[in-house]
Design a protein around this ligand. Structure first.
Ligand code: AMP
Ligand code: MG
Length: 313
């Protein structure tokens, strides 16, 4: 599929696009219903802020440009993820929250070729005060399984039109440590494990941003990715979180980040008000791509946001 030339008339009236959008609607409804039934509070997104996810040093970091604008004489960034705001919310407000959160990440333009990157996408982003890794595993396993079951029940004709034979995932998903996968498969472990698995798998202990919990004695990071089968790759990242002031400050310095950008959350931590929590963000378009069995993530969006390719609308 040539995603460069997008004919919007053909695209939006097309029965394939319609099926994808109906499946997406069904998945979102199923997941939102699930979270509401579990007592989560639904928060609306924010898009411009002084604090956002630095993304650095995530191993998959590839940002070509950071978008900053000045409003009211103050410099703000477009949202790369609401991690800082999620942490503040579950510390001072409701203990269980979720957000359908639009993210702008100007990924390197070469990433059009991965079939998995967009420069605008949406996360189903959630956070739970006092939760641990296993709580978040069980939550997503149940939510994902139910969402797939609902699509198979309610959108059977759409799956048929897409010629998608979708397996209901078996739970619990297997858990691997990044180190053991690296040893077995080398640097390309994500792709290989994704192609080899028939169900989604968890991968833990991934060195990355300062806010994920790192056990300084064992060197273990209590964080995780969820990798989808059939080569669809990573669909979710999350972790238990740091909450101690000195440790966060040291990690922010270690990553060469600007302390000013994280002033508010650091101040809360300094005052002992930051609650421990765990959470994760699921990439909605990547999840829809998998459920629909598509080759390129751009196929999910009515107005594709493919790196390097800005369309007229
Ligand atoms: P992260 O915490 O950066 O891994 O982002 C959370 C999830 O959002 C990822 O696991 C992906 O499913 C999704 N995601 C991240 N970056 C992109 C992107 N450039 N395009 C589409 N989805 C993305
Ligand atoms: Mg990730």
């Amino acid at each position: 599929m040539d995603m460069q030339v997008v004919n919007l008339t053909d695209r939006l009236g097309n029965s394939k696009m319609m099926s994808i959008l109906r499946i997406q609607t069904c998945l979102l409804k199923s997941m939102v219903d699930y979270l509401l039934s579990r007592g989560f509070v639904w928060i609306l997104p924010i898009m411009l802020a002084k604090s956002t996810d630095p993304l650095w040093p995530d191993p998959s970091y590839s940002i070509e440009k950071r978008v900053e604008v000045e409003i009211y004489g103050v410099k703000v960034k477009t949202m790369q993820s609401m991690i800082v705001h999620k942490r503040v919310l579950v510390s001072l407000g409701p203990e269980k929250i979720f957000i359908l959160s639009p993210n702008i990440r100007i990924e390197n333009r070469d990433r059009h070729a991965t079939g998995r990157h967009l420069y605008e996408f949406t996360q189903l982003d959630l956070e739970v005060a006092y939760a641990k890794m296993n709580d978040i595993f069980r939550l997503f396993e149940e939510m994902i399984k139910k969402a797939v079951e609902d699509v198979k029940k309610e959108r059977r004709e759409d799956l048929e039109l897409l010629e998608r034979d979708l397996k209901i995932p078996s739970t619990p998903f297997r858990v691997y440590k990044r180190g053991e996968l690296e040893e077995k498969y080398g640097a390309n472990w994500e792709e290989i494990i994704s192609i080899e698995s028939v169900d989604p798998v968890w991968v833990t202990d991934i060195p990355r941003q300062f806010y994920d919990y790192e056990d300084l004695e064992t060197g273990e990071w209590r964080n995780y990715d969820l990798i989808l089968p059939e080569g669809h790759g990573e669909v979710l990242s999350g972790g238990e979180r740091e909450y101690e002031y000195e440790k966060m400050l040291a990690k922010i310095r270690r990553d060469n980040l600007n302390i000013e950008d994280f002033k508010a959350i650091l101040e809360l931590a300094r005052r002992g008000l930051l609650r421990p929590s765990a959470g994760a963000g699921l990439g909605v378009e990547r999840f829809v791509k998998y459920v629909c069995g598509l080759k390129h993530i751009g196929e999910v969006q009515p107005f594709p946001r493919i790196p390097g390719q800005v369309i007229d609308l």
